[in-house]
Design a binder for this molecule. Sequence first.
Ligand SMILES: *Cc1c(COP(=O)(O)O)cnc(C)c1O
Length: 407
Amino acid sequence: MTSSNHDPRTLAVHAGLEPDPVTGAIAPNIATATNFTFQPKDVAFSANFNPDMTALPYFYSRWTNPTVRQLEQRVAALEGTEDGIATASGMAASAAILFGVLKAGDHIIISDVCYPGVRELVSEVLADLGIQSSAVNLSDLAAARAAMRPNTKLIHAETPCNPLMRLTDIAALAAIAHEGGALLSVDSTVATPVATQPLTLGADLVMHSLTKFMNGHGDVLGGIVVGKKHLIEPIRARIAIRLGASLAAQSAWLILRGIDSLYPRMAMIETNALAVAQGLERHRAVARVIYPGLSSHPQYDLAKRQMKNFSGMMTFQTKAQSDEVANALAGEGGTKLVHYAVSLGHQRSNLVLMRTDELMRSTYFLEGAALDDYRHYAGDGVFRLSIGLEAPEDILADLFAVLDRFV
Ligand SMILES: *Cc1c(COP(=O)(O)O)cnc(C)c1O
């Protein structure tokens, strides 16, 4: 049994875990059961009559499952909070927050640049359901304050944000949200709780795509939302029980296994990423590298203040035409170790070109000063590079073998 006095490194391997009371097994069991026996007096059929849906006895795995529950308790402990609801993917976690908090007529402020799926969920799906939104550069606190309306119920930020690696000051933004009677939710997928605990800085809800650094092995989809119990309970009723986006026990078990090594993995990933970022910054084919751990990051002071670990994500831009470089990296004769692939946060490094024009037309639709600010970070496009656990010299040699052809 853990307590909140334990160090996060201890919580990462112990929280949520108790030896099986029958066999004494220490590793979590995979509870494959979908349903559980109960006494008629203990459980009602609707979430409406079960205010605490995680209370024993378990009822049905779409509501709660013993293996999934261990994962929820572990991530809640790592974020320093009470409760969590695990979901089938990171997108389902973002949907959990949005559908859990907002209703028709409400207004949300969302980071103008964030994970494309989340941005499209707000600007397309929520718009169709009568929920208003403003997309704002949330590194600009004055702009965030100016966007508040009487019906603003939620600010949703992502820091560092994908694909710019631009940061948001969580404590300052939480104050703005709360002054206006809104909640602040933070997508902390890239940071992980090793770097930042947004709830301790004043945020109300934190989500992760567990698919990324938390699981860390590129072999399972998952997501989670954590926060105070009174905020998580209604989200569980809506997203798990009524929308059905619950996580499978097998997936929860793999993610628990992944989180066991979260702290040493993130320490090594940060060391590797810093070495790779510095190496790329010196390469003559590279125009710019943006990594929160480099003193050249436009918000390096905020990065140092808000991140205890700079994580493994960076972008770089090339002097040569980025499509040509992408074709060389991905094609025959391209990189041998660093895969040309989407997603991030795995033990193996990968990279992908994110073209500015394409993202503007598909997802972000920025104009004027907002587009200028995007281009300030991303030019015509960035290679988004996720660093894994390989030796950094090997990662650099693999990239340089291709980049050398462009000097
Ligand atoms: C990947 C990702 C998501 C979506 O997660 P899935 O598990 O792919 O559904 C959401 N936010 C961020 C920041 C991500 O990187």
